[in-house]
Write a protein that binds this ligand. Structure first.
Ligand code: CA
Ligand code: CA
Length: 251
């Protein structure tokens, strides 16, 4: 019903009221009763006019209020949508972080297992190495610093020993990359032990010796257990003699 109270309606009503007032004023020429009626109608017109103006003000205020409510509701909805989007993004991010965390936890477990395996293996090799020392009169020891093949050999000789001669599977023990007493320094391709005896049985890594770059004449025990083709009985590699590593001495 409020929709009928437009500006045009007010104007028509006010105009009609004034017209009625004027009409009755004209008729009121000599009659006393008609004058009173005219005055009454005039008052009614004024009251009607005031009522209409007040109604108009009220409706305008309500309309503004409703408009303001609508704006507030729209802003509220936008805020809710924005928060919903943020929540969705955060949940996605949370799931990704959870996945990453799970993946890293799994890798950590694998690495811990690997470290434990390697530690056990190293301990076992150390025990093997120690047990070899206890056997017979042979004594093994490792140089403490990294040296070239010939410096390693000198280190051993300074202590009444020499680089190890590995002529049995038992002596194939190492827990890092170390020089042994074998080389083909004098004649390329002809391996000789430090006691000048020729090599009879070799425990070569797959593809070795390869004399890479024509510059590999000294032999190491390669402890690279991650490499394909490595095994405790297939671990020898020829390597440049100037490279620095520890050596196993045998006394
Ligand atoms: Ca060589
Ligand atoms: Ca090699």
């Amino acid at each position: 019903q409020r929709k009928h109270f437009t500006s045009k309606t007010y104007t028509i009503e006010i105009t009609a009221s004034i017209a009625i007032c004027v009409f009755w004023s004209c008729l009121s020429g000599g009659s006393r009763y008609l004058r009173w009626i005219t005055v009454g109608l005039g008052v009614i017109c004024v009251l009607l006019l005031v009522f209409i103006i007040l109604k108009h003000i009220t409706i305008t205020a309500e309309r503004d209020l409703i408009k303001s409510y609508k704006n507030t509701v729209e802003e509220f909805n936008q805020t809710i949508n924005s928060l919903q989007d943020s929540y969705t993004d955060l949940m996605t991010e949370k799931h990704q972080l959870q996945d990453n965390f799970n993946s890293l936890s799994q890798k950590k477990l694998e690495l811990e297992t690997r470290i434990k395996d390697l530690t056990d293996e190293k301990d076992q090799l150390q025990r093997d190495f120690d047990s070899l020392n206890k056997k017979g009169t042979v004594c093994f020891f490792m140089s403490t610093e990294l040296k070239s093949w010939s410096d390693c050999r000198q280190y051993c000789r300074d202590r009444g020993a020499d680089l190890v001669i590995i002529n049995t599977e038992e002596k194939q023990v190492s827990f890092e990359r170390v020089w042994i007493g074998l080389s083909d320094t004098e004649n390329e391709g002809i391996m000789k032990w430090v006691d000048n005896s020729p090599l009879k049985q070799g425990f070569w890594f797959k593809g070795e010796p390869n004399n890479s770059n024509g510059n590999e004449d000294c032999i190491e025990l390669n402890y690279n257990r991650e490499e394909t083709g490595w095994s405790p009985l297939n671990s020898w590699n020829d390597y440049p003699c100037s490279e620095k590593k520890k050596g196993i001495c045998e006394k």
